[in-house]
Design a binder for this molecule. Structure first.
Ligand SMILES: [Zn+2]
Length: 917
């Protein structure tokens, strides 16, 4: 396709300025770091690095990365080490290009092709609180109340250069030989096992820890931690000789048992699934008190935010157990996808993240089949993609990256969830066996090297043709390029000819912005078409009956003899393909009628799809909103979690639109009458412990219904929650009567209907808690109060390190902005403090997008759009680093305005009509 090709050419020329030259390539690093812990208030560190390189093309300069490090130019050395003598290259001229973080070593002599050269650079740095590079974290010891420090690394995507000078690009793989000096009483860990420890000659009480040399890997995967943490070691599985340890601060060491159980099992699962052994002799996983991301897959030393590794069965909710298992499985999947085979450049980040996300859902389902989570994760990811990727300002899965500063912005829904949904789609149209065979070959072929998506397409095509799961004249590349190189996804229009029993299918991009722009492209996709009809239910077959092709003149597809006119037809069995389906109104009504008479005839995932599609097509005006509300009529019979989740997700979006509208009362009554019966049916706040203990979907279902019932004002829910909360508050040292999973919903309701007293009670609980999952849900709950001054103070505290950890600052903002009253306060706070917030988040400014999405979902008139545009224009420097986030925010507000113009008045009649039914 022409447009894409032109785009690619322009981007390549832009990229070159940011990329390292490839005339000299690194082969091995020898790194020595002296970490300062134990010396009061000393956060300086010192290091030396020797990098062995090979000269690929003759050159008289070497460029590598360094950022924020102090480099003693006079001691930098360069030696030709091809011969034993080690001839030194003299008169080095060292300079810096701070815009691109370049450290340039120039010299008069020309380096010889195929010779090997060693670069030596001594450097100094500071452990700061930026949560990037080699940084500091802290915790308070429960017994001594003393503040303890630790040093930890976070390098992905481009922060290794903050810790030591290096060739900081994913394709510049090398081995790492690391030694860390630390004071007695501390321990250091790194990617590889500890080989030896020896006293430092000139520093009594200090020791060198020497680690084994690593396998070839990318710089962003290097890691080391210096701390006084403790660990528990897991039992080996199937004698695979991998030493598996879970580390945490001592006060939380009794919370590592779940990870200790899951980690080795997940690792073993992948070894079997990919048919490739885990290549390192050990795997450490450590819970870090201050951590910017959720977790980081450093090879052999995975770092986690505490709430994603630690689990306390006495305190943590069951849903937290699920997220801990998921995150562990995600990071371990990266040991193959990302670590063993790495993307050539960040453009293909989705290969890392999409696969890790998809494989985690498969692994968790294998380890905990009783949780029924595979279906849930597939559906939840698709629903997020449907929403995010319907923005014009979304981006392709495989995204050209120019300035490496833009990399952080693509760690988003598209790389993770659309990536994962695409792999799920391939698994369903090629078959799981084909996917597994293709992927295993891909990993085997490229191990210890880098690859791009075409390499994966090739392996999959070979496997598919061998197993006859794809027509010989079709390749995976032909199909998948239409999904990964283009933004968005299609809606297919199914037009039935009821007289002759045929259907005609066409496609277009599904956009939430309904105003057609001049010059709008007409993209197309290779769409796998599967379907079922009332008398030919074929929902288990996800291999396509037809392909809606792309790239030919005629891209519509006619299917004959599809069924009698009185029967419904439903496309996209099991929601296997990433597309929406729009039918003519008559077929919609047939489907709606079918759900009402016996919803079990249509499987859960397709019920999810019908509800989501009906709502979204109503939203953009492809269908009348009546279709969605008519369909909601069947929900009172629905017994499964996922269709309710889809329906209530759509209702929540409507709530944001209606909350400032005089007709909100009608909507609220509609919602309470929808929710009251199911609230009662599921047992209200009484968790049926025994029966549901391991049924995660049942627990999630009850949590969903309770939280929405209380939120929309089901009286019984509010009364029950208040009573239960007060019972606990009056005897806080007794066993908490609120079931663990319902605590967030109950506390939130109590705060919403309470005052300062309730807030202080929960704030104290937050401060006293030693369990990160509990602390995290309390942080969210504290935003539920309606006391304006409390919300304002809470926001102030979000920028105060003594009150709220830097990693949690955007959680607090999101909690306040998500509250109907809090939105106005949050918006004002954001506008008043935008520079301060950027400073607080630096260098990871991407986290500002959480602020933007929190407020823009509520903004819906032209004045608000102007206010936001003004703010962005007047803080250009900061916002220029989150270009995509800004575009997505502005587009969201524009769409909200369109919705108000299109439906703001007419929704009244729809609500009136369906309230009566
Ligand atoms: Zn990941």
């Amino acid at each position: 396709m022409k447009q894409l090709a032109i785009l690619a050419v322009t981007v390549i020329s832009l990229i070159e300025a940011y990329r390292l030259p490839t005339n000299v390539m690194p082969e091995s690093y020898r790194l020595e770091i002296v970490a300062p812990f134990g010396e009061k208030n000393n956060f300086d560190f010192e290091g030396k690095v020797w990098i062995e390189t090979s000269c690929v093309t003759p050159t008289n300069n070497i460029t590598l990365h360094s950022k924020g490090l102090e480099i003693d130019k006079t001691h930098v050395r360069l030696k030709d080490i091809s011969s034993k003598a080690g001839k030194e290259i003299k008169d080095l001229k060292i300079s810096f290009n701070t815009e691109h973080d370049f450290l340039i070593i120039a010299f008069d002599q020309t380096l010889t092709e195929d010779h090997r050269y060693e670069i030596y650079i001594p450097f100094k740095g500071k452990l700061d609180d930026s949560l990037a590079g080699f940084y500091r974290s802290s915790y308070t010891d429960a017994k001594t109340k003393e503040k303890k420090w630790l040093g930890v690394t976070q390098f992905e995507a481009i922060s290794a250069r903050r810790a030591f000078p290096c060739f900081d690009e994913p394709a510049m793989k090398a081995t790492f030989d690391i030694s860390i000096a630390r004071k007695d009483g501390y321990k250091s860990i790194s990617n590889m096992p500890l080989l030896s420890t020896e006293p430092m000659e000139d520093k009594p009480g200090w020791y060198w820890d020497n680690f084994d040399i690593s396998v070839p890997m990318s710089t962003y995967l290097v890691a080391y931690v210096v701390s006084d943490f403790h660990y528990k070691e897991a039992e080996p599985i199937d004698n695979n000789n991998v030493t598996f340890r879970i580390w945490s601060r001592q006060d939380a060491i009794d919370q590592v048992d779940f990870a200790k159980d899951v980690g080795p099992k997940a690792l073993r699962f992948y070894e079997k699934f990919f048919n490739i052994g885990y290549p390192l002799p050990k795997q450490d996983m450590i819970a870090i008190p201050d951590f910017s991301a959720g977790a980081m897959e450093n090879w052999g030393l995975i770092t986690y935010r505490e709430s994603y590794l630690l689990y306390d069965p006495k305190v943590s909710a069951k849903v937290s157990q699920h997220s801990v298992a998921s995150v562990i499985a995600h990071e371990l999947a990266h040991q193959w996808f990302g670590n063993l085979v790495t993307m050539k450049w960040w453009t293909d980040l989705w290969l890392n993240e999409g696969f890790a996300t998809y494989m985690a859902s498969v692994a968790v389902d294998h380890l905990f089949p009783q949780w029924n989570s595979l279906q849930e994760e597939g559906a939840t990811d698709m629903l997020s993609v449907f929403s995010f990727d319907a923005l014009r300002s979304s981006h392709p899965v495989s995204v050209p990256i120019g300035d490496p500063k833009e990399i952080d912005e693509i760690f988003d829904t598209i790389s993770y969830k659309k990536g994962s949904s695409l792999i799920r789609m391939m698994s369903l149209f090629l078959g799981e066996e084909t996917l597994r065979a293709g992927v295993s070959n891909y990993l085997r072929e490229h191990r210890y090297h880098n690859a791009e998506q075409d390499d994966l397409w090739h392996s999959l095509t070979v496997a598919a043709h061998k197993k006859n799961t794809l027509p010989k004249d079709l390749t995976v590349k032909t199909i998948m390029d239409t999904w990964t190189l283009q933004t968005g996804y299609p809606v297919i229009h199914v037009e039935r000819d009821y007289k002759n029993g045929s259907v005609e299918i066409t496609q277009e991009r599904f956009l939430r912005d309904t105003i057609k722009l001049k010059g709008d492209k007409k993209p197309c996709w290779w769409v796998p078409l599967s379907y079922s009809t009332e008398s030919h239910s074929d929902f288990d077959t996800t291999t396509p009956k037809y392909w809606l092709s792309c790239g030919y003149e005629e891209s519509s597809q006619t299917i004959e003899e599809i069924g009698p006119e009185t029967e419904w037809i439903l496309f996209n069995n099991k929601m296997a393909g990433i597309y929406k389906v729009n039918y003519d109104e008559k077929n919609w009504l047939l489907l709606s009628k079918a759900l009402k008479s016996d919803f079990t005839k249509i499987p859960t995932l397709n019920r999810v799809q019908l509800l989501a599609d009906a709502a979204d097509l109503g939203y953009v005006g492809h269908q009348k909103y009546d279709v969605f509300f008519d369909m909601l009529g069947y929900l009172k019979e629905e017994t499964e979690y996922l269709p309710w989740k889809a329906a209530l997700g759509k209702a929540d979006a409507l709530k944001n639109y209606l909350i400032r509208n005089p007709i909100y009362g009608v909507f609220k009554n509609y919602m309470t009458s929808l929710l009251s019966p199911i609230y009662e049916k599921l047992g209200g706040l009484a968790m049926a412990n025994e029966e549901n203990f391991d049924k995660l979907d049942k627990i999630k279902f009850q949590v969903l219904i309770v939280s929405r019932s209380c939120r929309y004002g089901v009286e019984k829910c509010i009364e029950d929650a208040k009573t239960m909360f007060n019972k606990w508050k009056s005897a806080p040292n007794d066993t908490n009567p609120v079931p663990k999973d319902l605590r967030s919903a109950v506390y939130c309701t109590a705060l919403k209907n309470g005052g300062e007293n309730e807030w202080n009670f929960l704030w104290n609980k937050y401060q006293q808690s030693n369990v990160a999952t509990e602390r995290n849900s309390l942080l969210n709950v504290l935003g539920c109060t309606r006391e304006i001054w409390l919300l304002s103070r809470y926001l102030e505290w979000s920028l105060d390190d003594t009150k709220i950890r830097r990693q949690d600052t955007s959680t607090v903002f999101g909690a306040v902005a998500g509250n109907d009253v809090g939105y106005y306060i949050a918006k004002k706070f954001f506008f008043d403090n935008v520079n301060k917030i950027f400073k607080h988040l630096a260098p990871n400014k991407r986290r500002i997008t959480r602020y933007l999405t929190s407020i823009t979902s509520h903004m819906q008139d032209v004045d608000e759009l102007h206010e936001l545009s003004y703010l962005i224009d007047h803080n250009k420097e900061n916002f220029s680093e989150v270009k995509q986030g800004v575009e997505q925010a502005l587009e969201t507000v524009k769409i909200n305005i369109q919705w108000q113009q299109m439906h703001g008045k007419s929704i009244h009649d729809v609500l009136q009509k369906f309230s009566k039914i």
